[in-house]
Design a protein around this ligand. Structure first.
Ligand code: 5BU
Length: 452
């Protein structure tokens, strides 16, 4: 059976909470941002949410249900459909014509109305809405809220005699997200600080710039990537996980001007052909000045990797500028990647990955000491001598329902001090990949500059 925690994680996938550095309307800086409106766009989730909310309440107490405009309107509607409690609609502003009514729907004086709110912060919008409902002769005794930001609103309302039922609190949600690896200790500490009413100290430590990294990283591929990043003002790598040559080339043409590298999984192409796939791809790479990164994730003994790298139909060694490789087979297994740069897989972005901290530590030692390796893929900070590549970046989603876990470019730069963000579906699945690539490029560059 689904638990409340599972349900929250399902909601989280819709991108309802973002972590980073946000300036609130009041000018205060917050380490998180909540927007529950996406919940209304997933009918299954909305229906479940309605039932979770109703389950918290003694329904006999109510004659009517009403959502605080606007975010809670679909929630109240769904709850009405699930419970048969009649819905009334509260306007934000009175109509300028006709009845000038603030409340729409069928109601009579003396009825008790259940009020629905998406997020409670200071309680200000509820304190504004309740008298407007009470002015119509309707009573309000209970308020049901999806998420309590724990900034005093609930207590203020309870002190005024209202019963406030909340489905989730921000602390509860943070501990779920911490448990699932979505939040670092630093972030949790900052959130707790914020909830305790303190001014949050965002880390002011500076990361080192691409120019400084140029002095530090001596692998020729690392230098080339950094030079392209500086020249194009981009730290974006597009993951071209498409399955035909035509799609691959069309995507490369569209995103080429915005990227430092195009990441391929060449073995997912159904029509790979060296002349028709690789030659035009290399031309595009030259035309738009980007590198080719084959995300092969080699994971075998050196001899087999050497064959996989240079032979077979893909002949990766002939065209890739950089490849990804696991370090599971040990230091010597990486010797074969002589004419490319290797990005070692240190930690993965997927839920339940086995790349725990002791694995990462050992893998990082190998990456640091092997001359073919110039970077790492990870979801945590790595030493400055290595370039950090971060996949699992998406501005719209928190996950893909298949184990992928997403973060924003802001998170990757502020928390991980990444060097390059890798974006797949956020770009190639969008209606306009060129425009999306530009959006991610701008977001990535801004996040980099802010982290300096
Ligand atoms: P997405 O569509 O943005 O989820 O694609 C991410 C890409 O990065 C995809 O090609 C993965 O194979 C790749 N990836 C990843 O997502 N997470 C990891 O830890 C590693 C690679 Br390593």
């Amino acid at each position: 059976m689904e638990t409340k925690k599972d349900f929250f994680l399902e909601c989280y996938q819709l991108g309802i909470i973002k972590f980073g550095r946000f300036t609130l309307k009041s000018g205060i800086e917050s380490p998180f941002y909540v927007d529950l409106r996406p919940l209304a766009s997933d009918p299954k989730i909305l229906k479940k949410l309605a039932n979770y909310m109703l389950d918290m309440l003694p329904l006999d107490n109510f004659d009517l249900i009403c959502g605080v405009p606007y975010a809670a309107l679909p929630m109240a509607t769904a709850m009405s459909l699930e419970s048969y409690l009649p819905l009334i609609i509260k306007r934000k502003e009175a109509k300028q014509y006709g009845t000038k009514k603030l409340l729409e729907g069928i109601y009579t004086q003396g009825q008790n109305c259940l009020l629905v709110e998406d997020v409670i912060t200071s309680g200000a919008s509820l304190l504004e809405t309740i008298p407007e409902i009470e002015n119509e002769g309707i009573t309000v005794s209970d308020i049901v809220v999806v998420l309590d930001r724990q900034q005093g609103g609930k207590e203020i309302l309870e002190n005024k005699g209202f019963r406030v039922h909340t489905l989730f609190t921000i602390s509860e949600v943070c501990s779920i997200l911490k448990e699932e690896g979505h939040l670092s200790d630093d972030e949790v500490e900052r959130i707790n600080d914020f909830l305790a009413g303190n001014v949050v100290k965002f880390k002011e430590e500076k990361r080192i710039s691409y120019e400084q990294k140029l002095d530090l990283c001596d692998h020729s591929v690392a230098q080339k990537l950094l030079e392209i990043a500086i020249e194009k003002k981009s730290n974006l790598i597009v993951s071209a996980d498409v399955t035909t040559t035509q799609e691959l080339l069309a995507l490369a043409e569209k995103v080429g001007p915005h990227i430092v590298a195009l990441k391929t999984h060449i073995d997912i192409l159904i029509d790979f052909n060296s002349d028709q796939t690789i030659l035009p791809l290399k031309d595009l790479a030259t035309k738009y000045n980007f590198l080719l990164m084959e995300d092969r994730k080699f994971a075998d003994i050196g001899n087999t990797q050497e064959l996989q790298f240079a032979y077979g139909m893909y002949k990766i060694s002939n065209w890739a500028d950089l490849v990804t490789a696991q370090v599971i087979a040990g230091y010597d297994s990486l010797d074969c990647f002589r004419n490319v740069g290797v990005v070692a897989i240190l930690g993965m972005s997927s839920k339940g990955t086995l790349t725990d901290s002791s694995y990462r530590e050992e893998a990082t030692k190998i990456a640091l000491s092997h001359p073919n390796v110039f970077g790492g893929v990870a979801q945590n900070k790595i030493p400055n001598e290595l370039l950090l590549f971060t996949p699992g970046i998406n501005l719209a989603d928190s996950g893909d329902g298949k184990g992928q876990q997403y973060n924003t470019p802001e998170h990757a730069f502020a928390q991980l001090e990444t060097d390059f963000i890798i974006v797949g579906r956020g770009i190639y699945k969008s209606n306009d990949p060129e425009k999306s690539a530009l959006t991610y490029r701008i977001a990535g560059w801004k996040a980099y500059e802010q982290s300096l």
